[in-house]
Write a protein that binds this ligand. Sequence first.
Ligand code: NAD
Length: 343
Amino acid sequence: NTIFTQIPATLIPGDGIGPEVVEATVQILDALGSPFSWEVQQAGMAGVNSCGDPLPAATLASIRKNKLALKGPLTTPIGEGFRSSNVRLREEFQLYANVRPALTIVPGRYENIDLVLVRENIGGFYVAHEYYIPVGDDPRAVAVSTGVNTRDACKRIARFAFEYAVKNGRKKITVVHKANILKALTGIFLEAAREVAREYENQVQMNDMIVDACAMQLVLNPWQFDMLLCTNLFGDILSDQLAGLVGGLGMAPGANVGDDTAIFEAVHGSAPDIAGKGIANPISLMLASGLMLEHVGRHDLAQRLRTAITETLNKDHIRTGDLKGTASTRQFADSIVRRLETI
Ligand code: NAD
């Protein structure tokens, strides 16, 4: 008999639909008997509203201590205003790898999708070194943005992707770039990936594709891909596309992983258009909590969780509105709890 100890973890409800999907996820984690003991902390607009800071010191201290967090989406003002708390968290804890699996659970437009996207999570255009150049009486006549990729960071994310492939039985990695135009910024990424790929020659194949062609191929024939390795911006865009292949943003989990800390979240944002209505699909965050269970070695619980989600969707036919169902977030979570009792 193994005795499992409690694992302290930071829980950030977040903004918009965040608190709704977090509540649903915690409910099923409790029903599952998960090992996590939660420390609730605020960030994003909720942080601004509660203590005037989108990334309060107490939240950072809690993550620094626990090295593990489950996070609802955080709202970032568009154009002006404070810098994204998500981006700051990734930088602060050096969460250099963003892992975004896409798996068909509800057959829809596409069937049998089983892809994993690994996105470089700190560099590229997300360093957002941006400024304006005034011309005449227009102070913002010209906008300039600089992207930064270091060879070390490119090799680090490439090695992460190849190691992930080996550990998870993946056979092929497609490196996504725009090295024909952004010859330096994405050329170095491709070069580093090719260098690392040589170390895994006998285990994992590598090919590469220009991002625009990859976007089209993902629509025409997504089954040709196994894993995608992307720079920060391209990975952000293509992972939403992957979500679209498996039923939308309600079905897409993500893990932000560094050498010692990991933060799990849904790929989607705070969905202000449906916030507060109790209709959000909580599956993305539930699947993210499954990745978190695997991260701490509880593959057994992660598997039960995925089975309960699959059976609720496909045997009980209980689905939220984005999947053409009529269930509320709460009704969906209650159904999963009932399913868990049978598994
Ligand atoms: P979004 O992902 O919040 O919403 C896009 C569309 O998808 C909306 O129509 C929304 O209703 C729908 N949707 C998203 N998640 C859903 C769910 N679980 N169930 C049902 N429908 C769902 O993207 P957006 O509107 O571009 O961004 C809103 C805010 O979220 C912005 O402030 C953005 O910066 C932030 N954001 C945060 C994160 C994060 O915290 N990781 C990620 C993306 C966007």
